[in-house]
Design a protein around this ligand. Structure first.
Ligand code: ADP
Length: 223
């Protein structure tokens, strides 16, 4: 489904990623960890087309529907849009305004994310955590084949964080969604059958979570 072949990325003389090789199958759930500035965000931005590799190539299914939650939503964004408008912009196709069915779907997601009262609120007035929930809904609402989450829980409080990961595993199981999750708090997020990648300019580890624990024992730390 996704295949990175000898991918490198440089910004000017600064080589951020080199020799990136891995592939994912449909239904894989991958957690990406690594130190700050190690290239995790760069690695996922390549998938969405926000960046091009300096060398190497990325092969992937052409008609894949993607949902993306970008990083850095823990600082508030001043967006002159309502919650409903932001979420509607995540639909595959838009009309001038959402249909009744679209609105129902948006409302049910707002309920799931425990912010039903915010449908018509302006993004401007939301807290960082509320904004993050709205952007999560936006990433999920079109039922993507591939979901890419870059530190999705950074602004969420711990109890909701737990709920969010439950939701994610349900989606993964029920819809066989492929998920790539960049995180700092692997302990909250991981389950036994997940894939784990440790990135530090290149892939230092890629495999099962069990094997990753071995790798960490040998003296590597992910934060
Ligand atoms: P991580 O997500 O692991 O914290 P990033 O992929 O965001 O790391 O960044 C990796 C490195 O690349 C950082 O040192 C960052 O400053 C640098 N970098 C990221 N984007 C750019 C850019 N557009 N231009 C120059 N340097 C960049």
């Amino acid at each position: 489904m996704i295949n990175y072949q000898n991918v490198s990325v440089s910004f000017g003389k600064f080589n951020v990623l080199h020799d990136i090789n891995f592939h994912l199958k449909k239904g894989d759930f991958l957690h990406i960890v690594g130190p700050n500035g190690s290239g995790k965000t760069t690695l996922v931005k390549l998938l969405i087309g926000l960046l091009k590799p300096t060398s190497g190539e990325i092969l992937m299914n052409q008609n894949m529907q993607m949902g993306y939650l970008p990083q850095k939503l823990n600082s508030k964004i001043n967006l002159p849009m309502t919650v409903c408008e932001v979420i509607y912009s995540g639909f595959k196709k838009q009309r001038l305004s959402p249909s009744k069915a679209d609105k129902k779907l948006i409302e049910s997601w707002l309920n799931t994310m425990e912010i039903p009262q915010l449908l018509h609120a302006s993004m401007h007035y939301l807290s960082g955590g509320q904004q993050q929930r709205v952007f999560l809904i936006r990433a999920l609402i079109s039922n993507p084949d591939l979901l890419i989450l870059d530190e999705p829980t950074s602004a969420l409080d711990p109890s909701f964080r737990e709920k969010f990961y439950h939701l994610l595993y349900d989606l993964h199981q029920e819809r066989n969604m492929t998920i790539i999750h960049v995180t700092h708090d692997l302990t909250d997020a991981v389950k036994e059958n997940c894939l784990t990648m440790y990135v530090d300019q290149t892939i230092k580890f890629f495999g099962s979570y069990q094997d990753f624990q071995e790798f960490e024992h040998r003296g590597h730390h992910h934060v």
